[in-house]
Design a protein around this ligand. Structure first.
Ligand code: SF4
Ligand code: SF4
Length: 340
């Protein structure tokens, strides 16, 4: 079910007043759990995709310190209710502490996920030129869940969003992951793909798109994977700039607003995870992190991994704003796909 609001109503208080939308829908969204620590260990990436909400690229230098990584591991060790570590970037594999972080979190018994862009396997490190071809074997050895963006199963659309040649490199990287068992039935090694629309529109239904991806990638390239997550493009950073430049921002926001879905809102990911920035600051999600909207405790103090208090984090009021409409439109959107 979706609740449709007139744009005039929602803009009455402030432009795209997400809190007002929630109130009018009778939806309250306190945190339910903190079961996932999503850690952005750096903004360096071998690519510079048009839609990237991190604004990652080969020229970014921000990265988590060894103390920051050690602190995340200590939090994971001390808090059994945090069962999952989700490592992201940039391309997180380009951080020199990445391998150790993964191995130590696995040794703590945590479920580790890595946001892997596929092409880094072939491109290697953009500065040091160190090879990253070992990654499929490393992932398999540690039995981590691999989550990879593939904007479409056709070359033209993928290259349009992520750069020329990205599609062919992605096919080769998937082949190498399949070769060590990822996405292969019975192996227990999970390879999930992420789809996001090329332009300012909502993703197609996840189940049918997953079926299309599976059929096409198998038929044309002999490739397999487990699940497809559809993600809505968030109207922030590089994608927001693109919307502004092309005069599409207002129309996109109004599309998200008209598709507001209370059931999707109930499942937003900030209710069960926290996002950690490279400098140790805590955010309600990766998007708020990119907007530098700190997660706050009930007294309004910014939360950090360096004075971590589980109960304060669990009882925090989530910081919502207009961009949150991207998570609550249609079937909803999160790092794990639809939320409704
Ligand atoms: S691969 Fe991912 S992190 Fe890197 S620029 Fe593209 S979207 Fe951003
Ligand atoms: S953008 Fe972040 S804070 Fe807003 S609804 Fe989505 S996950 Fe929650």
């Amino acid at each position: 079910m979706s609740a449709v609001f007139s744009v005039k109503e929602v803009k009455a208080k402030s432009k795209y007043d997400f809190g007002g939308v929630l109130r009018r829908s009778g939806v309250d969204l306190p945190p339910l759990a903190v079961d996932t620590l999503q850690v952005n260990i750096g903004k360096l990436c071998n690519q510079a995709c048009r839609h990237c909400h991190v604004d990652a690229s080969p020229s970014r230098t921000e990265k988590m310190s060894p103390e920051g990584i050690a602190r995340c591991l200590e939090i994971l060790q001390r808090h059994p209710r945090i069962t999952r570590l989700d490592i992201t970037g940039g391309a997180p594999e380009l951080h020199d502490g990445f391998d150790g972080f993964v191995e130590k979190a696995v040794a703590l018994g945590k479920h580790v996920m890595v946001r892997h862009n596929l092409t880094v396997q072939l491109d290697g490190h953009p500065i040091t030129k160190a090879s990253k071809e070992y990654l499929p074997r490393f992932f398999a050895k540690n039995r981590i869940e691999v989550i990879s963006s593939l904007p479409y199963y056709q070359e033209f659309f993928t290259d349009a969003q992520r750069g020329s040649g990205v599609f062919q490199k992605s096919m080769e990287a998937m082949k190498r992951l399949n070769a060590v068992g990822y996405g292969v039935e019975g192996s227990g090694l999970v390879l999930n793909l992420v789809y996001n629309p090329v332009g300012p529109y909502l993703p197609a239904p996840q189940a049918s798109l997953e079926a299309d991806y599976k059929r096409e990638l198998k038929a044309k390239f002999g490739l397999s994977f487990n699940s497809l997550f559809t993600i809505t493009n968030m109207p922030i950073n590089r994608f927001r700039l693109h919307l502004d430049k092309t005069g599409q921002y207002e129309a996109y926001m109004e599309k998200l607003l008209a598709a507001f879905n209370p059931a999707a809102a109930a499942g937003v990911m900030c209710r069960s995870l926290i996002s950690v920035g490279y400098d140790g600051r805590i955010y309600d999600c990766d998007f708020n992190q990119m907007l530098e909207m700190d997660a706050l405790d009930r007294a309004g103090k910014a939360l950090s991994i360096f004075d971590f208090d589980f109960d304060k984090v669990l009882r925090r009021p989530i910081q919502f704003d207009g961009h949150c409409l991207g998570c609550t439109a249609g079937a909803g959107s999160s790092c794990g796909g639809v939320t409704a």
